[in-house]
Design a protein around this ligand. Sequence first.
Ligand code: PLP
Length: 365
Amino acid sequence: MTAEQLLAAPAIALPTLRGAVAGLPSYVPGRRSAGADVAALASNESHYEPLPAAITAVAEAAGRMNRYPDMAAVELRERIARQLGVTAAEVAVGPGSVGVLQQIITGLCDAGDEVIFAWRSFEAYPILVELAGARPVRIPLDHLEGHDLDAMAEAVTVRTKVILLCTPNNPTGVPISHDRIEAFLRAVRSDILVVIDEAYVEYAEAGSGPDSLALYRQYPNVCILRTFSKAYGLAGLRVGYAVAAPAIAEGLRRTALPFSVSALAQKAAIASLDAGEEMETRVAAVRQERSRMAAQLEAQGWKLQPSQGNFLWIRADDDLLARLVEAFDAAGVMVRAYQGDGVRITVADPACNDRVLRLLEAHAA
Ligand SMILES: *Cc1c(COP(=O)(O)O)cnc(C)c1O
């Protein structure tokens, strides 16, 4: 049909999206722009290249891309299980921990069921919940930028199926202590799955957050969510995992899109776990930079809560936020701005971090 014929034709019904999809918030990707001098500090990626062993493993596996990967990811699940002292039956892998989280929510929630999480937290949470036809229940952070676990426990209803705890929290960097999570687990029904999203756990100082494996052993309704995207530097390969009671983990494996974790990702993840000490050295450098930046920002007059992630969080009203975004944009430093809340800046190499410090100095109170 020509455009004219189309216009003259009687109105026809076009395919429509489900209401839940039409109403979805958009995932706002970390801003990027090309250019040699652009600092990509908007997505909490590792500024290091992948570990050499991971690159080698991918190169070796590349020649077998005509084959499907191991759908059950047996070798990777066994390697993760060995690392954590669990069994492979308790491990489910997916295309990033966001992929695993989608399996968790679609696997547990019927339409109208409720998923409780803190807000502001990871932007993917409300999107995945609404996509499943479930209802997101956002509980505001407390005045120290952390989870308000009392309010979260009070928000539980008969429809609550899943509770998401993000520690350290993205974007505020504030962890939830072991004791507070344990008290929370005692208070909530044991048929609610409590997901502890530890995407940044490698960056956290020992003891700042929970011993999630101990909690999992004590409370079988705990599900631990981890990823190779952040400290392990494999964001582009898409691989993450859950540790959960065998029946839950089995359910996640059943709801997974077939072959969603590529052989390249499986091999790179195994090689990365094998090179754990090298990862630790890198993480230690990021932690040191995080402390240095926090101290300098405090000296400049910024009031920050200590971050346990590879990022810093600056709460800002919309006026300050607009000024910061303009300054960062002009300088080619890509950061993540959240209207009404603040700005999140990934910690990277010292030169990049110095650029951030100089930019912020001009806007300190
Ligand atoms: C980055 C991030 C993830 C990881 O996402 P992947 O899908 O594994 O890349 C999960 N949770 C939070 C809170 C994150 O910030």
